[in-house]
Design a protein around this ligand. Sequence first.
Ligand SMILES: Cc1ncc(COP(=O)(O)O)c(C=O)c1O
Length: 390
Amino acid sequence: MAKDKLGINTVCTHVGEVADDKFKGAVSPLYMATAYAFEDIDEKRYPRYFNTPNQQALCKKLAALEHAEAALIFSSGMAAISTSLLAFLQKGDHIVLQNTLYGGTTNFINEEFNKFGIEYTFINGSQVEDFEKALQPNTKVIYIETPSNPLLTITDLSRIAKLAKKHNLVSMIDNTFASPVNQNPIDFGIDIVMHSATKYLGGHSDILAGAVAASEENIDRIFQLGKNLGGTLSDYTVWLLERSIKTLGIRVKTQNKNAKKIAKYLSKHKDIAQVYYPGLKSHPDYELAKSQMNGFGGMLSFELKEGLDALEFQKSLRLIKSVMSLAGVESTIMSPVLTSHALISEEERKEQGIKDGLLRLSVGIEDTKDIVEDIEKALEKVKSQVEVLS
Ligand SMILES: Cc1ncc(COP(=O)(O)O)c(C=O)c1O
């Protein structure tokens, strides 16, 4: 059956299995070898060359999920992002990025690009017109993240792709928040799709990995640098990641459903000042999100009403864990100001609209009523503390 005719859950379950011709096992065998005998010098296998049996098989699954010709798996999301960026940028080049990005990506650029002689411009927000205004004669790459972290703004994929093509630039997206279940940027003309596979692809908060999907030509360019930088993933983790992705479709669809219900509940709650979720009709980019996403995702952010302490609220939660990461089957919460965006200056955070009391919720697969009850009880506790103090 043609791969593009398969449903997403079938792709997750079956595409990119390592054939077990000898024993006919139901799952991929794991090849941990770091040394492989070869007959042809051009066909030598070595884990750092991204070509072990398990890596090659999983790359097929990732490529199928992102509607791409090819893919590569890395040891972390940042290995995938940094290798991809450096593969397309050299001394004297320029890149335009939105300022609402994963904090680690922003730090990588701020801390490292000057020493490589690469120029960069962070635009305020995610409007295509602002990307265009920031282009320079030496611009080579446009980099977006949509939905963005942590305010869930949406960037127009088709218009960014057209802009990049018009100026002969490479367009790159961090598609981590959406996952391939909810968004396939290549269908809109974006060139390179990156993931922190630590998040939805792994999905159980126990794997650190990264992925890139693109055309054969672009993946080959990233591979040429990747084999020198050495950020490949151990085969045992590749095998675990393949197992995790088998349930990606059902996990993410449940997370989408739960997040929408919780966003609606929070948006009507008298103790909540603001909810950021692209699936709410009140979200400024709702129509755009609807036009380019298959689902609105499991991530949302919110602010408590003035006077309610966000940190105390977080501490009062029992079911929802306070953690740095996101996208696991369990619901988790974090304060961007205290974690992912802690290294960004207060002024920059203000410019991006990230308030001190902002909380980012990664909705899991639990029963929604239990998540709601946890939030409700924590709010009651925080309010009772305010009453005692006043
Ligand atoms: C949106 C996004 N992109 C990239 C990364 C970096 O991924 P990793 O931690 O796997 O290196 C993260 C990590 O939190 C992220 O949230």
